[in-house]
Design a protein around this ligand. Structure first.
Ligand code: SF4
Length: 327
C-alpha cells in the first residue's frame, strides 16, 4: 500500500517523474493515483496533504501526457527482441506471416511511446504496490488469501491473459500454478520459451469467492471484470506487448466486453486497442477434453503467435499432433 509519509502521499508525486519520457505511463499512473484516492475515500479519509512540488510536477506534466494520444497502431510484425535475443531451438525460418492487421485508431490505442527497461520496471512496481491492497471488490477482498497480480518479465513481447485466480493461485499468489497452469507452462516451453520470459496475468486479480462451496471456481461477474480491468490495462501499457494471447472465452469477454463463442473466435487475430490478440482455448478446457484435435488447434494458434513474433519454428514444432490427428 502507498504509505502516508509526513502527510504526503508519494503516489501523487510519481506522475511528474515519468511524464517527461512516457505520457502513456503518465496516464496509467494518473489512473493509479485516482484509484488509490478512491480507496482512501472509501476508507473514510476526507483530506490529504500534497506538497507544492508534487502539484507543480503534475501541472507541468499534463500537456505532454495529452500529446501522446497519437500513437501508431501495431503494424507489421518484427522479431521481438525480448524473445529473439535468447537462444531458440534450431529450426526452419517460418514463412512470412500475413496476420490480420489491427484496426485500432489513434484515439483508442493503448500502448504509447517505447519505455526503457528501467521505466517499465519502475512503473510495474508502482502498479503492483497499488493493486496488492486493493479492496474495490469488498467481497473478494474479504475472501481472498492473496492478490494475484501477475508474473513474468515486463520486457516480454508476449502477454498471456487468463480469467481469474483459482484456489491454487489464491494460495500461492501467482497466476497459472494449478493443473491448468502446469499445462500452460508446457505450452510455453513447447514454444521454446520459459515462464519467466513471458508475462502472465489475469483479467481479475482476486479469486472469485464461492460462498457455501468447499471446492470449485466460478466465473467472474461482468461487474468484477470491469472493476479490475484498469489494472490489466495498466500492465499492458507498461509491458507494451506485441501479442496478447487470450486464454478462454472469459478472457476474451474481459478484454472486449463480450465473446461470440471461443470455438468460432480462436485462431483469428483480434485487435485490442492496437495490440494483436490471439484467442485460444483455456488450458483447463484441454484438461477436460483430451482430444488431440483440440490440442492441435491450440498449438496452431501458438504457431501463429510465434510467426507474428518472428520466432524460429522447427519442422518438428510445426508437426506436433499432426500425425495423431491424421492431418
Ligand atoms: S478483483 Fe481487482 S478490483 Fe477487485 S478487489 Fe481484487 S484487485 Fe481490486
Amino acid at each position: 500500500m502507498f504509505p502516508v509519509t509526513s502527510g504526503v502521499f508519494p503516489c501523487v508525486a510519481v506522475p511528474g517523474f515519468y511524464a517527461g519520457a512516457m505520457s502513456s505511463a503518465y496516464r496509467e499512473l494518473l489512473d493509479a493515483t485516482i484509484h488509490h484516492l478512491e480507496i482512501l475515500r472509501d476508507q473514510g479519509h476526507r483530506f490529504i496533504s500534497v506538497s507544492s512540488e508534487a502539484l507543480a510536477a503534475l501541472e507541468s506534466s499534463a500537456p505532454r501526457a495529452a500529446s501522446s494520444r497519437r500513437v501508431p497502431a501495431v503494424s507489421q510484425p518484427t522479431p521481438a527482441s525480448g524473445l529473439a535475443d535468447k537462444p531458440h531451438p534450431v529450426g526452419v525460418a517460418p514463412p512470412a506471416p500475413r496476420p490480420q492487421e489491427p484496426t485500432g485508431t489513434a484515439d483508442d490505442v493503448l500502448v504509447g511511446s517505447p519505455l526503457s527497461a528501467a521505466e517499465k520496471e519502475a512503473a510495474m512496481a508502482a502498479l503492483r504496490a497499488q493493486v496488492l491492497p486493493c479492496v474495490k471488490c469488498v467481497h473478494l477482498a474479504r475472501s481472498r488469501r492473496n492478490v494475484v497480480f501477475g508474473a513474468g518479465t515486463v520486457h516480454s513481447p508476449l502477454l498471456f491473459v487468463g480469467e481469474a485466480p483459482g484456489a491454487d493461485e489464491d494460495v500461492q499468489g501467482e497466476p497459472f500454478v494449478g493443473k491448468a497452469g502446469q499445462l500452460l507452462t508446457k505450452i510455453i516451453q513447447t514454444m521454446g520459451l520459459d515462464r519467466d520470459r513471458v508475462y502472465i496475468a489475469n483479467i481479475l486479480k482476486c479469486r472469485p469467492d464461492t460462498p457455501g462451496q468447499t471446492a470449485g471456481n466460478r466465473k467472474p461477474t461482468p461487474v468484477e471484470m470491469t472493476t479490475c480491468l484498469p489494472y490489466l490495462l495498466g500492465q499492458i501499457r507498461i509491458i507494451q506487448p506485441k501479442v496478447i494471447v487470450a486464454l478462454g472465452a472469459t478472457a476474451v469477454e474481459g478484454l472486449f466486453g463480450k465473446c461470440d463463442g471461443i470455438t468460432r473466435l480462436r485462431g483469428t487475430w483480434l485487435n485490442f486497442r492496437g495490440v494483436p490478440v490471439m484467442p485460444t482455448y483455456h488450458p483447463a478446457y484441454l484438461l477436460r477434453n483430451q482430444a488431440l484435435l483440440e490440442k492441435r488447434r491450440v498449438w496452431e494458434d501458438m504457431l501463429q503467435v510465434m510467426e507474428r513474433l518472428g520466432m524460429p519454428i522447427s519442422e518438428r514444432q510445426r508437426g506436433f499432433f499432426l500425425k495423431a490427428t491424421g492431418s
